[in-house]
Design a protein around this ligand. Structure first.
Ligand SMILES: [Zn+2]
Ligand SMILES: [Zn+2]
Length: 194
């Protein structure tokens, strides 16, 4: 029965650090107890480049995902190096359609500390994992949380992201677990980490 559960797909867009992909996949299976597959890379999303902003439009990439064949995957997270934006924000670390199938994680802004100094790779990977788990939370219909330490707290900058916990608060954790049980993605014996 377990083998029939659809996995979460992690797909690089263009050339992306293999370690970053593995860290993201490991966190999804470790924290959310879901099966995960790293997919072959898709092309660099040149079609989403905005010439005025010199950034990539997250909404256009998510739209393009809809026409791709991802039916064997419960959710799909695209990981890419370029800087992403949505029209109302200067930039975003990631983007997801609430309750949808597709999300994005950009590694572009994760390499520097709030003071502009370069960050160690362990911290960069931890940030990437946080963004991926946060966006995946949106795909499972978790909304932003007021609890400052919760993973689902909104992060407007790198400092916010570093202050945010990689764990969900008790409320969000319970909600997610209930959601995964309903979708038959979780064995009833499994407990999400608090
Ligand atoms: Zn969010
Ligand atoms: Zn929460």
């Amino acid at each position: 029965m377990r083998s029939q559960k659809k996995p979460v797909g992690v797909v690089p867009l263009g050339e992306v650090s293999e370690i970053a992909l593995k860290v993201i996949a490991a966190h999804i299976s470790g924290y959310y107890k879901l099966s995960v597959q790293i997919l072959p890379p898709l092309e660099h999303p040149e079609y989403a480049f905005d010439e005025r902003r010199f950034q990539y439009n997250a909404g256009i990439i998510l739209k393009a995902f809809e026409s791709m064949r991802f039916k064997d995957y419960e959710k799909v997270i695209g990981v890419l190096n370029p800087d992403l934006f949505v029209p109302i924000f200067t930039y975003v670390f990631g983007e997801a359609k609430q309750g949808g199938q597709f999300a994005l994680v950009s590694l572009f802004r994760l390499g520097k500390n709030p003071d502009g100094s370069p960050s160690p790779s362990s911290l960069i990977f931890e940030r990437a994992a946080k963004v991926a788990l946060h966006e995946l939370g949106h795909l499972f219909n978790l909304f932003h949380c007021r609890e400052k330490r919760c993973l689902m707290h909104f992060s407007g900058g790198i400092q916010d992201l570093d202050e945010t916990s990689i764990n969900l608060c008790r409320y969000c954790s319970t909600y997610l677990k209930d959601r995964l049980l309903r979708l038959n993605l979780l064995g009833s014996e499994e407990r999400l980490r608090q």
